[in-house]
Design a binder for this molecule. Structure first.
Ligand code: IFG
Length: 536
C-alpha cells in the first residue's frame, strides 16, 4: 500500500474519531443502533448494520432520500449491468421508476451514480468508495465487481422493506456518510452439495442471490457423489439417466442439463460469482459405478445407493477406460465452465490403496490441466503430491495438519473450510433436527470465532486464498432447509472473508447480525433465530 494510500486511510480513520458522528442504522431513520455497546472493532459512531463490516466508514449526519426523481447514473456499459441489478432490487419495493441513464453531461443531483473512475487503487478490483450526501449517492470502483460490492452495501443502508418485492411506503432514506471498503481475502466461497439431495435450478439461483448479498464470490457445486450424478455428460448419458435418477432417501433425484448448468453459471457470473464444479473422485463415485458396468473393476454395475455412508466406492484405477471417462467428463464440464477451477474431490477414498490413489490422482490432475483448468481438491489430494498449482481445500476440524502446512510452505494455496467452524451442515444445537454432528455442534458464534488466515498451525496467511462454507445435503431436502443452515452462519463466514480481522469482534457483530434479521424477515428467509443474537 503506497504512502498516500496509508495517509488516506489514516485520515479517514481520524475523521471517524474527530467528527465523532453517530450512526444512522440500516433503516436510515433510527438512531444509533450499536451506540450502547461499541467495541474496539467498529466505533459506534460509524454507519452501523452493514455485514460484512466495511474497512472504514464515517456517518455525516446528512441523508439522501430516493424519490421518483432519482435516476441511476452510469458512464459505461460495464456499470450498466450493475445498475440494472440495483434497479431490480429498488424498483419493486420503492415503486420509483429509477431510470438508468448515461451520466455524461447530466449533473449528479438526485442520482445514484455508479462510476468506474476516481476510486483509489487501495480498493483493488473488488473494493469501492461509497459517498452519500443530501444530493445523492456515488459509488466509485476500479472494476465492476467493486461497484457490485458497493451496491450490496447501499442495499443494507436502506430500510429492510427495500427487500420487498411489492411496493412499500418510504421514506427511502440512505444515511449520509463515506465508506471505503475492500476485501481481506480474494476467495470467499460457499459450497452446496446437490448430489445427496438434488435442488432445482431456481433453488440454486436463490442460493447464488444470498451469496451475492454478503459479497461472497465463489460457488462450489458438489455435483457428483455416491447417491447422485447431477450434471449431464453427453458422451456418457447414463450418468444422469441412471446416476441422476435418485438421491438420499430414495427420492426422484434429478440433474442439470448442460444448458441449465450454463444458466446457473451465467446467473452467478452476473453477480460476479465464479462457479467451481466438483466431480468427486476416485471415491464418492457409486452413482457413476451404478450407471456403467465397464467402469467397475469386476465389470458389474453397482446398485444405486440412497443411504448416507461414505468411503465405500472407488473408480477402477487399473482400467484405461476410467481415464477415458475422466477425460470426457472433465472436457465437457470444462467447456461449460468459464471459471479457472475444476474441483476433483479426492476425499474419503477408503477403498483405494495409497499407491493406487497416487497413480490415479497423477493422471486425473494432469487431465484437468490438459483441459486448461486449475485443479482443486479436498486436502487429502496432497497425499498424491500433486503439482504446486493444485489448490487444497482443508476440511478437518483440527488446527494441526503438518502435511498441509508443509505443502503450504512449498507454495500450495489453501481454501479454509475447517469442519469445526465452516461446515454449516453441522447442527446448531443437539435440538436442531436438520444437519449432522460428527464435527460437533456449530453455533453462529462458532462459525464466526476463527480466523481463516491463522487457523492452521505453521501456515502463513499468504497461503490462504480465503474461507469457504460447506453445506452437505444428507439431511436437507428443501430451499427452506438450506436457508435454515445458511442463515445466520454464512454471513458470519462472509464477514471473516471480507472484513479486516481487526473489525471482527463477536459482541459487535452479533448486533449487526440482529439488524440483518429484519431484512431476512422481509425476504422471507427461513433463518435460525439463534439465542445468541438479539433478533428484532
Ligand atoms: N465428509 C464428506 C462429505 C459429507 C460430509 C458431511 C468431506 C470432504 C462429511 N467429505 O467433507 O461427503 O458427507 O458433513
Amino acid at each position: 500500500m503506497s504512502d498516500n494510500d496509508m495517509l488516506e486511510r489514516r485520515n479517514v480513520l481520524r475523521s471517524i474519531a474527530a467528527i465523532g458522528l453517530f450512526s444512522a442504522g440500516t433503516s436510515g431513520v433510527e438512531g444509533n443502533i450499536a451506540g450502547n455497546q461499541s467495541s474496539d472493532a467498529l466505533a459506534s459512531d460509524e454507519i452501523q448494520g452493514v455485514v460484512p463490516a466495511p474497512v472504514t466508514s464515517t456517518s455525516t449526519g446528512s441523508e439522501y432520500a430516493i424519490t421518483s426523481d432519482t435516476a441511476i447514473h452510469v458512464e459505461s456499459k460495464a456499470a450498466a449491468g450493475v445498475a440494472n441489478y440495483l434497479a431490480g432490487i429498488l424498483r419493486p419495493s420503492t415503486g420509483n421508476e429509477l431510470p438508468v441513464v448515461d451520466a455524461h453531461g447530466s449533473g449528479a443531483e438526485d442520482s445514484i451514480s455508479l462510476l468506474l473512475t476516481g476510486a483509489p487503487t487501495t480498493v483493488g478490483e473488488e473494493g469501492y468508495r461509497l459517498n452519500v450526501n443530501a444530493h445523492g449517492v456515488t459509488i466509485r470502483a476500479n472494476e465492476p465487481p467493486g461497484l457490485f460490492a458497493g451496491v450490496q452495501t447501499l442495499r443494507q443502508l436502506l430500510p429492510p422493506t427495500v427487500e420487498s418485492d411489492t411496493e412499500q411506503p418510504g421514506p427511502w432514506t440512505v444515511p449520509g456518510g463515506h465508506i471505503l471498503d475492500y476485501p481481506r481475502f480474494s476467495y470467499r466461497g460457499a459450497h452446496l452439495d446437490v448430489a445427496r439431495h438434488f435442488f432445482s435450478v431456481d433453488s440454486v439461483k436463490q442460493y447464488i442471490e444470498y451469496l451475492a448479498q454478503y459479497k461472497m464470490n465463489h460457488l462450489h457445486l458438489h455435483l457428483t457423489d455416491d447417491q447422485g450424478w447431477r450434471i449431464e455428460i453427453e458422451s456418457w448419458p447414463k450418468l444422469t439417466e441412471i446416476g441422476g435418477s435418485t438421491e438420499v432417501g430414495g427420492g426422484p433425484g434429478g440433474y442439470y442439463t448442460q444448458s441449465e448448468y450454463r444458466e446457473l453459471v451465467e446467473y452467478a457470473q452476473d453477480r460476479f460469482i465464479t462457479v467451481i464444479p466438483e466431480i468427486d473422485m476416485p471415491g464418492h463415485t457409486n452413482a457413476a459405478l451404478a450407471s456403467y458396468a465397464e467402469l467397475n473393476c469386476d465389470g458389474e454395475r453397482e446398485d444405486l445407493y440412497t443411504g448416507t455412508s461414505v468411503g465405500f466406492s472407488s473408480l477402477c484405477v487399473d482400467k484405461e477406460i476410467t481415464y477415458e471417462f475422466i477425460d470426457d467428463v472433465i472436457r465437457e464440464v470444462s467447456e461449460i465452465t468459464p471459471g479457472p477451477y475444476i474441483h476433483i474431490g479426492g476425499d474419503e477414498a477408503h477403498e483405494t490403496s495409497d499407491e493406487e490413489y497416487d497413480e490415479f490422482m497423477d493422471r486425473a490432475v494432469s487431465i484437468i490441466e490438459k483441459h486448461d483448468k486449475r485443479p482443486v481438491g479436498w486436502h487429502q489430494i496432497l497425499n498424491a503430491d500433486p503439482p504446486e498449482s493444485t489448490v487444497a481445500q482443508y476440511w478437518y476440524p483440527g488446527q494441526e495438519a503438518p502435511d498441509v502446512a508443509e505443502a503450504a510452505r512449498d507454495g500450495t494455496e489453501l481454501i479454509a473450510s475447517p469442519a469445526s467452524h465452516a461446515y454449516i451442515d453441522m447442527k446448531y444445537t443437539e435440538n436442531t433436527e436438520l444437519g449432522l454432528d460428527w464435527a460437533g455442534l456449530t453455533t453462529v458464534k462458532d462459525a464466526y470465532s476463527w480466523d481463516p488466515g491463522r487457523f492452521l498451525e505453521d501456515v502463513d496467511e499468504s497461503a490462504v486464498k480465503g474461507p469457504e462454507t460447506a453445506l452437505w445435503s444428507e439431511t436437507l431436502e428443501t430451499l427452506a432447509d438450506i436457508e435454515f443452515m445458511l442463515f445466520p452462519r454464512m454471513p458470519a463466514v462472509a464477514e471473516l472473508g471480507w472484513s479486516p480481522e481487526s473489525r471482527t469482534a463477536w459482541e459487535e457483530f452479533r448486533q449487526r447480525l440482529a439488524t440483518q434479521g429484519s431484512r431476512w424477515d422481509v425476504q422471507d428467509v427461513n433463518y435460525y433465530e439463534s439465542p445468541l443474537v438479539a433478533w428484532p
